[in-house]
Design a protein around this ligand. Structure first.
Ligand code: F6R
Length: 608
C-alpha cells in the first residue's frame, strides 16, 4: 500500500498535501513526509507514525512553496523509521521521489550503484530509484524518468520532482494506482480519488506504463514510447466517505474484495518457475538443523490460520507441530528447548499475548519465525526471520485478507522448509506452486459470482440464535474461523466443530430450524463430512454446504449450496473461507450491526 500525493499551483503545497494524505491514511500510517520546492532547493519534512506527527513537524519547521509531493507509508522494505520515510532524496540533494509499490530488482540496482560509489541512507527500494534517476539525469526530468523506467521491475506508482526544474512533477505507474486531478491554474496527483475531492472532481486515471507531466498550466501524458497521448478527463461523483472505501459500504467488504490482490502480493517474488523461493527470510538447512518440533503461537483468527499451518507444516516437513493459543501457552508451563522452532502469527504484530509468549520461547532458546502483516511491528522485531503477508492495511476489525494471506504464507513456509529438508519432491512442489498461481484468480471468480446463495442464506437465518459450522482436517479451522466471523460482527452465537465430533454431543442441538454450515470441498475428508451431513439431515437439520463446483452429491443434500472452484486440497481453506466471510458480513448488515467496529472489540489487542 502507501499513499502518494502531488501538487503544483499557487496555494501552499503543504496544505494540499496534508489534506490529500489525510484521505490516504487508510493506505498506511507508519510514517509520512513531504518534499516542497520553492525555486531555491528542495525542503523535506518527515515524521514517524500518524500524519499528525508530520503536521506538528511542519508547524515547527514550515516548508513554503507551491510545488510538492507527499507520502504516507505502509512499510514493505525497511522498518518504519525516519530514514526509511518518503520522500527520498538523491545523493546530490536535488531530486526527490515518492513511491507506492515494490521494486523487485532493487537489490541488483543497489549493488550497481554501490559499485559506482553511491552511499545509501535507508533500507528502502525507493532510495535506489532516487539515485538511479540522479545518475541518469540529463537536464530533462521527463526524459530521465522514461529512460530509468526501463530498468525497474515490479509494481509502482512514483512521483518525482527536481530542484533544477521547480515547476513540474513527473509521475508514472505500473501495477499501482495513480490518478491525476485537473484544476484551474493548479493540478494534482494522488494514489486515490479522495485525496483530490476537496479541490477538484475532474480526474484522469493514468494508464498502465504511461507518464504524466504535471505543471500549473496543465497535464501532458505520454505512452511508453514517449508519444503524447490524449487525456480522458472524467468527472467523479464519489463522495469523500464512499471514495475511501472505494465505493464499498464497509472496509470489511472492501478488504474481502481485496483478497485476490493481497494474495498475489503474498506470493509475489516468492515463487519462481516451479519452485518456492524463501531466500528473503534467510532460511537455510543449517538454520533448521536440529529442529525437532514446531510450535505455532497466535490468537483469534491468526490462531485459526495457525491451525491450518500445523497441518501444512506436518504434511510437508514431517516435523511434529502443535498450535497454541498464545494466551494459554503463556501459563501452561510449556517445555521449551533449542530444538523448538516457533512460528508467531499476527496481523498487527502487536498482540500482547503473542508477544509475551514469544518472549518466553526466546528466553528458552527456541528459534523464531513471524508470519505478520505489519512491517517493523513488535513481533517481527523479536523474531529471527519474518514472512510478511503484504495484505495491506486491514481496517475492518474482523480480519479477512490478513487471514487468507496468512494461510498462503503458511503454504509457502511449509513447502519451503520441506524442500530445504529434502522432504518435498519436485513434483509435489510444482503442484503447490501451480495451485498458488491460480489462487488469486480463483478467489476473484468466487467474489465476482456475487454468491447469491450466501445472500439468500443471510436473509433467511439472520434471526436465529445459534449456528453450527463443521469441517474436517484442513477445513476444521475454516469452521472455527467462519463461526468467529459470524459471532464477532453479527453477535449471533456460532460454534466451529470438527465434523466427526458432532455425534459425540452437539448433534443433540439439531432440529428443524437449526442451521449447520458444512465445509466439504474436494479432498481426503470430503466423504466423511458428507456422512456427518447425512446424520444432520436425518435429524431434519438445515444444511448450508460449501463444496467444490460440480459436486452433485452435495447439491442433492444441501438446503443451500455454495460452490467454490476446484483446487489443491491444501489451498482449499483459502477459498472456502471467502463465502463464510460474506455470510457473516451480509448477516451483520441485515441486522444493522456496526460491521467495521463491532461492539467490545478493538483491531489491535495490545493488552493481556
Ligand atoms: C478476528 C480478529 C482477531 C485477531 C486477534 C489477533 O477477526 O481479527 O481475532 O485475529 O486479535 O490479532 P493479530 O493477528 O493482530 O495478532
Amino acid at each position: 500500500m502507501c499513499g502518494i500525493v502531488g501538487y503544483v499551483g499557487s496555494r501552499e503545497a503543504t496544505e494540499v498535501l496534508i489534506e490529500g494524505l489525510r484521505r490516504l491514511e487508510y493506505r498506511g500510517y507508519d510514517s509520512a513526509g513531504v518534499a516542497v520546492l520553492n525555486g531555491s532547493g528542495v525542503q523535506v519534512r518527515k515524521a514517524v507514525g500518524r500524519l499528525s506527527a508530520l503536521e506538528d513537524e511542519l508547524r515547527t519547521n514550515p516548508a513554503k512553496g507551491g510545488v510538492g509531493i507527499g507520502h504516507t507509508r505502509w512499510a514493505t522494505h525497511g522498518v518504519p523509521n525516519l530514514v526509511n520515510s518518503h520522500p527520498h532524496v538523491s545523493y546530490d540533494g536535488k531530486l526527490s521521489i515518492i513511491h507506492n509499490g515494490i521494486i523487485e530488482n532493487y537489490r541488483e540496482l543497489k549493488n550497481e550503484l554501490l559499485e559506482q560509489g553511491v552511499q545509501f541512507k535507508s533500507d528502502t527500494d525507493t532510495e535506489v530509484v532516487a539515485h538511479l534517476l540522479a545518475k541518469n539525469y540529463d537536464g530533462d526530468l521527463l526524459a530521465t524518468v522514461h529512460k530509468v523506467l526501463k530498468r525497474l521491475r515490479g509494481a509502482y506508482a512514483i512521483a518525482v520532482c527536481h530542484s533544477d526544474e521547480p515547476n513540474r512533477i513527473i509521475a508514472t505507474r505500473v501495477g499501482s494506482p495513480l490518478v491525476i486531478g485537473v484544476g484551474e491554474g493548479e493540478n494534482f496527483l494522488a494514489s486515490d480519488v479522495p485525496a483530490l475531492l476537496k479541490y477538484t472532481r475532474k480526474v484522469i486515471f493514468l494508464a498502465e506504463g504511461c507518464l504524466a507531466e504535471v505543471t500549473r498550466e496543465g497535464v501532458r501524458l505520454f505512452n511508453t514510447e514517449m508519444q503524447p497521448i490524449e487525456a480522458t478527463v472524467t468527472e467523479t461523483d464519489l463522495t469523500l466517505d464512499a471514495a475511501e472505501k472505494e465505493g464499498y459500504e464497509h472496509f470489511m467488504l472492501k478488504e474481502v474484495h481485496e483478497q485476490p490482490h493481497a494474495l498475489s502480493e503474498t506470493i509475489r517474488g516468492r515463487i519462481e518457475g516451479e519452485r518456492i523461493d524463501l531466500s528473503e527470510l534467510g532460511l537455510t538447512a543449517d538454520m533448521l538443523h536440529g529442529v525437532n518440533r514446531i510450535a505455532i503461537l497466535a490468537c483469534g483468527t491468526s490462531l485459526y490460520s495457525g491451525m491450518v499451518g500445523k497441518y501444512l507444516l506436518e504434511r510437508f516437513t514431517r516435523i511434529p507441530t502443535e498450535t497454541w493459543s498464545a494466551s494459554e501457552f503463556r501459563y501452561a508451563d510449556p517445555v521449551i528447548d533449542p530444538g523448538m522452532l516457533v512460528v508467531a502469527v499476527s496481523q498487527s504484530g502487536e498482540t500482547a499475548d503473542t508477544l509475551e509468549a514469544l518472549r518466553i520461547v526466546k528466553a528458552g532458546g527456541a528459534r523464531t519465525i513471524a508470519v505478520c502483516n505489519v512491517m517493523g511491528s513488535s513481533i517481527p522485531r523479536h523474531c529471527d526471520a519474518t514472512l510478511y503477508t503484504r495484505a495491506g492495511p486491514e481496517i475492518g476489525v474482523a480480519s479477512t485478507k490478513a487471514y487468507t494471506t496468512q494461510l498462503a504464507g503458511f503454504v509457502l513456509l511449509a513447502v519451503g522448509i520441506g524442500r530445504l529438508l529434502n522432504r518435498v519432491s519436485d513434483v509435489e512442489e510444482a503442484r503447490i506452486v501451480q495451485g498458488l498461481r491460480e489462487l488469486p484468480a480463483q478467489v476473484k471468480s468466487l467474489l465476482d459470482e456475487d454468491i447469491v446463495a450466501v445472500k439468500r442464506c443471510a436473509k433467511r437465518y439472520k434471526d436465529v440464535f445459534n449456528f453450527m459450522y463443521i469441517g474436517r482436517h484442513f477445513n476444521y479451522p475454516t469452521a472455527m474461523e467462519g463461526a468467529l466471523k459470524l459471532k464477532e460482527i453479527s453477535y449471533i452465537h456460532a460454534e466451529g466443530y470438527a465434523g466427526g465430533e458432532m455425534k459425540h454431543g452437539p448433534l443433540a442441538l439439531v432440529e428443524g430450524t437449526f442451521p449447520t454450515i458444512a465445509i466439504a470441498p474436494q479432498g481426503k475428508t470430503r466423504e466423511k463430512l458428507i456422512s456427518n451431513v447425512q446424520e444432520i439431515k436425518a435429524r431434519k437439520g438445515v444444511v448450508v454446504m460449501v463444496s467444490t463446483h460440480g459436486d452433485e452429491e452435495a447439491r442433492e443434500l444441501a438446503d443451500y449450496l455454495i460452490e467454490i472452484p476446484a483446487c489443491e486440497e491444501e489451498l482449499s481453506p483459502i477459498l472456502a473461507v471467502v463465502p463464510l466471510q460474506l455470510l457473516a458480513y451480509y448477516t451483520a448488515t441485515q441486522l444493522g450491526r456496526d460491521v467495521d467496529k463491532p461492539r467490545n472489540l478493538a483491531k489491535s489487542v495490545t493488552v493481556e
